[in-house]
Design a protein around this ligand. Sequence first.
Ligand SMILES: NS(=O)(=O)N[C@@H](CCC(=O)O)C(=O)O
Ligand SMILES: [Zn+2]
Length: 309
Amino acid sequence: DFPAGYTGYHTYAETQTELQKAVANYPSLTKLGSAGTSYEGRALSLIKISDNAATDENEPEVLFTCNQHAREHLTTEMCLHIVQQLTSGYATNSAIKRLVDSTEIWVVPSVNPDGSEYDISGGTFHSWRKNRQGPGTDTNRNWGYKWGCCGGSSGSTSSETYRGTAAFSAPETRAVSNWVNSRVVGGVQQIKTHIDFHTYSELVLWPFGYTYDRTAPGLTAAEATKFENLGRQMAATNGYTPEQSSDLYITDGSVNDWMWATHKIWSFTFEMYPKGGSPGFYPRDTQIVPQTTRNDQAVDILINAAITG
Ligand SMILES: NS(=O)(=O)N[C@@H](CCC(=O)O)C(=O)O
Ligand SMILES: [Zn+2]
């Protein structure tokens, strides 16, 4: 469990309970499922939020993924906040109602529940990042586009950016990518926009991460400009710094590169609060509300972008 000062954060079990409460309170707006199971057998829970959620309607879809990296617990709270905002706001907030009526929104509060649970085991933080498969794989280096191509990951099992034994060797990335593949309906990928939440540094990042080049095969100048414009629009609302992923450092096998290159999903990474190493990965639970609500407008922009194209 979380130590004193951090009990506002949700453990895996508490996260499941929150999702079950959302479904109980908003049965027509939500549908609870999973993309699969983690290495240690935990459900990779996936909640759908939309009007008539039980029906697959012909509406653009949006994906939010959180907690790829175990110690980045604030991101699990971000995904739970999105669920809370969109369900509890539906009846009273016309802007939220419009977004929820016009799209189908999917939220995965924890892509790496095993790592997250290990990080808080024994009531102290372990600064763990990877999944719990053997020496641990960095799931954000394990996605299948240009996996291990470009010095943006490590082949050393002890490394924090160990890419795994092969693309999608991690059960978590394999399950979530298979689920995204399943959203190709009639030959068209229904998911249009995506944010993968991380901490920390307060950044909005977009592809590609594997190359410093602004354009590359599969990413035209016009598309790069659209990424930049959308990224800057979102960053203007939360005060994060907008930049191409590789401006930070080269990453290969990242989720954003795979989402864009494979499915043309407008896929971003948000690095949340704080800016720097203090409090780094472990802000106290008093920061949960301010730092999750800080992204409310950006989330609305991302959902709206799926509608407007
Ligand atoms: N959350 S983090 O690990 O400090 N930064 C992310 C940045 C992701 C990216 O550059 O696409 C990563 O290295 O996977
Ligand atoms: Zn991260």
